[in-house]
Write a protein that binds this ligand. Sequence first.
Ligand code: ZN
Length: 58
Amino acid sequence: MAAETPARSGVRAGGYCWAQRPGGGARCTRPLGHDGEHVDYYNGRTKPTDAAGHRWPK
Ligand SMILES: [Zn+2]
């Protein structure tokens, strides 16, 4: 059996949609193949308690 290779730089994070937001500044961190709008859960939050940051339509 082949050993699992550690994540390599430049490779898409495992399983993320990773769509670029128009205008930049965010990438979709919902699972690949999700329904509905794209959401970046890490960028664009206005306060630490926000569940998600930027959202934009597909
Ligand atoms: Zn997405």
